[in-house]
Ligand binder design. Structure first.
Ligand code: SAH
Length: 479
């Protein structure tokens, strides 16, 4: 983050604008909206600014800028068309530690003015840090369209009732749940349709019916997908904004964790192969304890919670304690990673079935039903298989799959750093070692891997390709 975003209180504060042209006009209009006392230094004023002067909205110093104009000034905006003047005002202001913004010259600014969506009292500010003002403007336009103008009235009415609601609840969590219910339900709908009095009555009535008891906790078991935040579900996003505490795994990417409500307490329960930060039983008990304290607990897991995620065990414990819970599916690594690697898991010509297994290595062996895996026209997806890769490939060959069967291993699939190594059952393990792959990786075995070279669409680090990979035969599509 290159800037620290803040909203400044400038009501009745002396703010200086150097310049009297069109750019100054825009800046002055914004300052006036926020209640500042605006002084303008400029030999001339545009007609709009002359009008402001006549209406008593601004004070005018009809002269060139002099350093004493900065005395008692809270902030200064510079918008003349003379770059030497602009620079000199900025330098003096900076020496005197007065926040300064110079129009179109980020290098001279100590603060920047964001694009805003004004639904006062609701304000949304967007900045690209001067890197792409057009992108900020486009985003602003999207948000403008998304957020009804009447949200201003929703925020104002909520502000009016805030104190009353606050007094009703001793438990802040209860209060927050109440507001979430109101703001996502009929209260907001009524305000948006212009029925503010009815909305107020509705809220006060609902408030009377709310008992001020400790809130009842619950657990949201949520799949966060394979890592790329774009692959979260809407429901996951919603619950991520409601949680009081998040218990997350190692596979949950930092970008996703960043999207959880800022104030939520974060507890790392990640399990790495070698050191289990928390044992499964302790995680189950932790969820129970947090929910019993009345918390809304977000149990955030990589991929899908019900696929090699031990989500089932966690909710079994919750169920036995009668703790309410809900489960939100996520995109499992197999489908996310395969999609971003351009490897269809099934295909009319190559694979009519697909099987997901874990390749956990225990005492140098892997306990799997090999004959069931080594079948023709089937894609095998192996989770957690990096360490046992050579055993896996060897066993599959021993149980009848050809040496030349295409296979891929994908590290950090769906992420920008995604790395793909393709080869055959005979070569993959060595290629993966040379490529120094690290978990998480997913292994895909089957003829569908041939399609990768044609269908790869996601730009990431270049592939490592075995020399023995069999090229795709063109005839298959048309035959
Ligand atoms: N519940 C998860 C799986 C947890 S097991 C899911 O549905 O995806 C953890 C294994 O998932 C890792 O060892 C790896 O094999 C796989 N995995 C998860 N995310 C991955 C990713 N982004 N790239 C490659 N493999 C991934």
């Amino acid at each position: 983050m290159d800037f620290f975003p803040i909203f400044l209180v400038i009501q009745s504060k002396a703010c200086l604008v150097v310049g009297g042209g069109e750019v100054a006009e825009r800046k002055i209009a914004a300052l006036l909206k926020a209640g500042a006392c605006v002084r303008v230094v400029s030999p001339d004023l545009s007609s709009v600014l002359q009008e402001y002067l006549l209406q008593g909205k601004v004070k005018h110093l009809a002269t060139q800028f002099r350093p004493e104009h900065l005395d008692d000034v809270y902030l200064v905006i510079v918008a003349t068309n003379d770059s030497i003047v602009n620079r000199s005002v900025a330098e003096i202001a900076q020496q005197r530690r007065i926040p300064v913004n110079v129009a179109d010259n980020p290098a001279l600014c100590t603060f920047v003015m964001p694009s805003i969506i004004d639904r006062s009292p609701l304000l949304i500010a967007i900045s690209s840090g001067g890197q792409s003002p057009v992108l900020a403007r486009l985003l602003r336009a999207q948000l403008e369209a998304l957020i009804p103008v009447a949200y201003a009235r929703v925020a104002a009415l909520a502000g009016k009732l805030r104190q009353q609601v606050k007094q009703h609840f001793a438990f802040s969590e209860k209060r927050r749940i109440f507001w979430e219910k109101m703001l996502q339900g009929s209260f907001t709908e009524m305000v948006l349709s212009g029925k503010e009095k009815a909305a107020e009555r509705y809220l006060l009535q609902a408030l009377q019916q709310e008992k001020d008891q400790p809130p009842q906790g619950e657990v949201y078991l949520v799949g966060a997908g394979p890592g790329n935040p774009d692959l979260l579900t809407f429901r996951a996003m919603r619950l991520m904004q409601q949680a009081d505490v998040v218990v997350y795994d190692r596979l949950v990417s930092p970008a996703i964790l960043d999207m959880v409500r800022r104030d939520a307490t974060r507890i790392y329960a990640g399990k790495e192969r070698s050191h289990h930060t928390l044992q499964q039983e302790s995680i189950n008990q932790l969820l129970v304890r947090l929910a019993q304290e009345g918390k809304r607990v977000l149990r955030l897991k990589g991929g899908d919670p019900f696929i090699f995620g031990r989500g089932g065990e966690e909710i079994e414990t919750l169920a036995s304690y009668r703790i309410p819970f809900q489960v939100v599916p996520g995109i499992t690594a197999a489908s996310g990673v395969a999609a971003y690697a351009g490897i269809p898991l099934t295909h009319r010509d190559y694979a009519q079935s697909c099987i997901f297994v874990t390749g956990h290595l225990k005492n140098g062996t892997i306990d799997l039903d090999w004959p069931q895996l080594a079948r023709p026209n089937q894609t095998i997806v192996i989770y957690m298989g990096l360490l046992g890769l050579s055993v896996l490939c060897q066993q599959l060959i021993e149980h009848g799959l050809p040496n030349a069967m295409p296979a891929a291993i994908i590290q950090q699939g769906t992420m920008q750093q995604q790395k793909i190594v393709t080869g055959t059952l005979q070569t993959l393990s060595e290629l993966a070692e040379v490529a120094c792959l690290k978990p998480p990786t997913l292994i895909i075995v089957g003829d569908v891997v041939k399609l990768h070279h044609h269908l790869a669409w996601f730009e990431s680090v270049p592939d490592v390709v075995g020399t023995d990979i069999i090229p795709l035969h063109q005839e298959t599509k048309d035959s």
